[in-house]
Design a protein around this ligand. Sequence first.
Ligand code: ARG
Length: 268
Amino acid sequence: MTFKKRFTLLGKALVGITALAAAVGLATPAVAGPPPSASGTQVVGGSRAAQGEFPWMVRLSMGCGGALYTPKIVLTAAHCVTRTGSNTSITATLGVVDLQSSSAKKVRSSYVYRSTTYDTTGGDWALIKLASPVSGIPTLPLASSAALNTGTFTVAGWGAATEGGAQQRYQLKAQVPFVSDSTCKAQGGDYSSLIANAEICAGSVSAGGVDTCQGDSGGPMFRRDTAGEWVQVGITSWGTGCARAHAPGVYTEVTTFASAIASAASKI
Ligand code: ARG
């Protein structure tokens, strides 16, 4: 047996795996995903979320994440949508970690509300009204106190598992530590323009390795409140690359906009 033949066999096996991935509807992965129970180097530096672990997580068809805020409203990022107004073009997928699952709930949008301050004083948030309410899916409340803007946060989504990598079929999760505004700003570049009251940073500044990434935008950053309940403290917004050292993730500071979000939601 020659090396050439062995390579030929290996080549066929890889083609077969790629074809199988295409057949099940996966984008050809840049990095192979781990089995459901395994943790891997995947958000970036995270692991697979269990079915039902973060039931309010929403995948939006334009390639963003979101969180179910009321049975009829999804909270996402302003940069994921173009404008306020009627919009029936977005599909929200809910209730599953596996986007290919036959038990996924899929609901169309009916209206979009985009934060009016995003382009000026900051506020990367938007609301997507669903054409019909979803039942049996818990919502994620907004953090009510800025005292919760510290500690360790959880992030989740179906975005890239590596910088420049493919969107994910299975929801990934990771834990990211709070980064102060002063440390975040001190990283330079785009971080110099951080809007301290509108943005909250998180990630491993010195080491990198764990972060949200492209396609996670709009998804929630959350933690447990003093009563032990999950509350939303951030909305995935931006970062320089993904999981780089000295380039933490930047999230919309939800406590700053909680009353504006609640007010807008009550009017749409
Ligand atoms: N803006 C990105 C998106 O549209 C999210 C980027 C988050 N990046 C980061 N390094 N935390 O999906």
